[in-house]
Design a binder for this molecule. Structure first.
Ligand code: FES
Ligand SMILES: [Fe+2]
Length: 363
């Protein structure tokens, strides 16, 4: 009996009930059990390359600072003042000290309290004991990942072999620098967006430009990487005259790191990434970032950015909003997934995997 027969004899794998996409309790549990315990792509090292550089970001209700300390390099902290809790830093910039907007307590980029106006009159006040709360941070091939779980395994322990796999596909990945990013609030639950990113069953129908211009549909595949919580997207470059740019030199590949980050390589070594950060149960902000060797956007990269934003990215935005509305409908009934054990582009096997990972964490 072939694996194909097994699938046919069994009932198909079904989609998930609406609550996984629209229930506040499931969402809150997902934040606690998944997002606050996983490695998440925060930024690129080139965005905080100089001592004093810092930037801020939010994972749902948790505000974070990534900063470059002159002695210790790139660090991450919760973005909360250790006096009475005001948000400490806004936006991004370069500072020796971060000064709280409320009572002007100031911290260096090690997170150490350096100044607290009038506190010298307080008996027993010891500034040396007051520090911002640190967050785990790692530089993974130039990409800065954070993990709010102090007990988390390292990136390499969590995703063994992926560093080497990426280096094989793009040997000079560590030379890339941040060049450009744009964002969108997608108007859907984070999981709708992540499911959509990780299947290409809709590509032929919804992304004709991508399917001709970036990948070769006949060789496209998305599969779990061993038993890791990684989905590995692979394809040869387009085998036609319609590619967006000169795609020779390296294949297409993407590495989706559960739950919400992807480092992606368009053919020819065009490095880009996705990071999804939940805003609410029914909204997620996606960060779409592009990289180049000198941090500039050359003509080829501009073509990729424009084509992607105007076609694939916009097409997916329209899809995920419609799906969220549909899942909220009283008429929503989860349907069978199109799981093909032989792989290929028309395959929802990666969606089945995502469902397993989510349910293992929150059920
Ligand atoms: S809350 Fe930051 S100085 Fe008071
Ligand atoms: Fe898509």
């Amino acid at each position: 009996m072939t694996s194909h027969d097994v699938i046919q004899e069994q009932a198909p794998v079904m989609g998930l009930d609406a609550r996984y996409f629209n229930d506040r309790d499931v969402f809150e549990r997902t934040m606690d059990e998944v997002f606050y315990k996983s490695w998440l792509l925060a930024c690129h090292s080139s965005q905080v390359s100089k001592p004093g550089d810092y930037l801020t970001l939010s994972i749902y209700d948790q505000d974070v600072i990534v900063a470059n300390d002159k002695d210790e390099g790139i660090r991450a902290f919760y973005n909360v003042c250790q006096h009475r809790g005001h948000k400490l830093a806004q936006g991004s910039g370069n500072r020796k000290l971060l000064v709280c907007p409320y009572h002007a307590w100031s911290y260096d980029l090690k997170g150490q309290l350096r100044g607290a106006p009038h506190a010298n009159k307080v008996p027993g006040f010891d500034a040396s004991k007051i520090c911002l709360t640190r967050i785990r941070v790692e530089n993974f091939l130039g990409f800065i990942f954070i993990n709010l779980d102090p007990e988390a395994k390292t990136m390499d322990e969590t995703f063994p072999g992926i560093r080497e796999e990426i280096m094989t596909l793009c040997p000079d990945v560590e030379e890339r620098k941040y060049a450009y990013h744009h964002t969108a609030d997608e108007g859907c639950n984070w999981f709708v967006a992540v499911e959509n990113y990780n299947e290409c069953y809709h590509c032929g129908h919804c992304h004709p430009s991508f399917a001709k211009g970036v990948i070769d549909p006949a060789t496209y595949n998305i599969a779990p990487y061993g038993d890791l919580q990684v989905l590995h997207h692979t394809s040869l470059p387009p085998q036609n005259q319609d590619s967006w740019y000169d795609t020779s030199g390296a294949d297409y590949g993407s590495f989706f790191f559960w739950p919400a980050s992807s480092i992606q390589f368009y053919p020819g070594g065009v490095v880009n990434s996705f990071s999804w950060r939940p805003l609410e149960v029914d909204d997620v902000r996606v960060f779409r970032t592009f990289y180049s060797n000198d941090g500039a956007v050359d003509e080829t990269l501009q073509t990729v950015i424009d084509n992607d934003r105007d076609t694939t990215f916009q097409e997916d935005l329209d899809i995920v909003k419609q799906v969220q509305r549909g899942i909220n409908s009283r008429g929503y009934v989860p349907g069978p997934l199109v799981v093909n054990p032989e792989g290929g582009i028309n395959n929802e096997l990666p969606v089945m995997k995502l469902h397993e990972w989510l349910r293992a964490a929150v059920d």
